[in-house]
Design a protein around this ligand. Structure first.
Ligand SMILES: Nc1ncnc2c1ncn2[C@@H]1O[C@H](COP(=O)(O)OP(=O)(O)OP(=O)(O)O)[C@@H](O)[C@H]1O
Ligand SMILES: [Mg+2]
Length: 377
């Protein structure tokens, strides 16, 4: 019995109502016991105790008042017991209904959370009222929605990743089969091609690992005042050979009085590497890539501007979504990006409290990628 009450909120509520009712009935009984003689005397115009003594002194004929009092008390007690019984029965029914009413939404929430535990994320609880239970149901629905989104993202990610892995694997498998069957000549070019695809696969796996780390925020950020010009010049040095090989001009245009910015040098270098790498990749030979920087209030805007193939307007807002590429076949031919670089860059910039955006006049009009950093001090 005690265990049953412990395990059921409805039973707890019901018994607490019962306890309140019993205490009320007890107090009522006691209160009437002490107040009735006084009230009776007042209403009859004499005190039953003194009247009794007085009436006993006066003889049997005048012993009516005490008898009247005890009769009154007996009938009052009888009426009180009956009234308490009736009130008790009504209270039991009302308590049952009330405790059920309170427990019902809790039961619905329990059932809904079980369904979510079973993987049915689409279920929602109908929210009624604005009390604590209503708020709980509301929070529950928000949680269910978040879980549903996470689950959807997980499925999409798995789909995307398997698709991305399949492409180079299919190419490697095809080439190997061609070699085995003697259809493909065993020339250095064939091996080179297979090596390239394997390389692509390795890069993709590295990128995915990096993406999962930045998406989870699972990396240390060593933020301190750094010089923008150091960051920019390091990047330019890193890409100088590549730009030269492609016959491209890579330079910076920075004002002399740029203040220091708050940044993790390695992470922001990674962002610049991704942006400059893209600019060189998506700009034809003989083009130009410039890194600009300008102060806006308490922020520094750093832009990588190229004279390359440009980006149609409708694609601009999707570029920072993982695996998004403007033209999948084109980007594959142009060196085989998988659409992760800008997503990593966005996460890193946002971890610094900054923003990143892309602009382009359209196809063939070049592109500009700009991110912001806070000024130090
Ligand atoms: N400077 C640019 N000019 C034109 N298009 C660009 C430029 N930078 C990015 N893009 C477009 O945005 C897409 C996403 O870029 P992102 O860097 O995320 O991926 P990626 O370069 O394809 O692959 P990777 O993950 O290897 O960087 C690219 O596929 C390309 O279509
Ligand atoms: Mg890229």
């Amino acid at each position: 019995m005690i265990n049953f009450i412990r395990q059921h909120l409805g039973a707890k509520l019901f018994f607490s109502y019962m306890v309140v009712m019993l205490v009320g009935a007890g107090v009522l009984g006691l209160a009437t016991r002490f107040t009735i003689p006084e009230a009776f005397t007042r209403h009859m115009g004499s005190r039953p105790g003194t009247g009794l003594g007085m009436m006993q002194g006066l003889g049997t004929g005048s012993g009516m008042l005490p008898t009247l009092f005890s009769n009154f008390q007996a009938s009052f007690n009888e009426a009180l017991v009956l009234a308490l019984l009736a009130a008790g029965m009504v209270a039991v029914v009302v308590s049952l209904l009330l405790s059920r009413g309170i427990v019902a939404p809790v039961r619905i929430l329990t059932a809904a959370s079980r369904r979510i535990a079973d993987g049915q994320y689409g279920k929602r609880v109908l929210t009624a009222g604005t009390d604590e239970l209503g708020q709980l149901a509301h929070s529950f629905n928000q949680m269910a929605e978040k879980l549903e989104q996470v689950e959807l993202m997980r499925r999409e990610l798995l789909g995307d990743v398997s698709h991305e892995l399949r492409t180079p694997l299919t190419a490697i498998k095809g080439s190997m089969e061609g070699l085995i069957d003697g259809i493909l000549p065993a020339t250095p070019e064939t091996y080179q091609q297979i090596h390239q695809e394997a390389d692509r696969l390795a890069r993709l796996v590295d990128d995915l690992q990096e993406l999962s780390r930045v998406e989870a925020g699972n990396y240390p950020l060593d933020i301190r005042p750094v010089s923008v010009s150091t960051l920019v010049h390091t990047s330019i040095k890193r890409f100088a050979a590549q730009a030269q090989a492609k016959g491209m001009e890579l330079r910076s245009d920075l004002p002399a009085d740029l203040p220091l910015v708050l940044a993790d040098q390695d992470r922001i270098s990674q962002v610049l590497t991704n942006l400059v790498g893209n600019a060189l990749q998506y700009t034809p030979e003989g083009g130009k890539v410039t890194i600009l920087s300008i102060r806006h209030g308490d922020e520094i805007h750093i832009s990588v501007v190229d004279t390359g193939i440009g980006i149609p307007t409708e694609h601009l807002q999707h570029l920072f979504t993982r695996f998004y590429r403007v033209d999948k076949s084109r980007s594959r031919q142009a060196g085989g990006g998988s659409g992760i670089g800008l997503t990593i860059a966005r996460h890193l910039v946002e971890a610094h409290g900054g923003r990143i955006r892309a602009e382009s006049g359209g196809e063939g009009q070049g592109s500009t990628f700009t991110f912001t950093l806070k000024i130090a001090g």
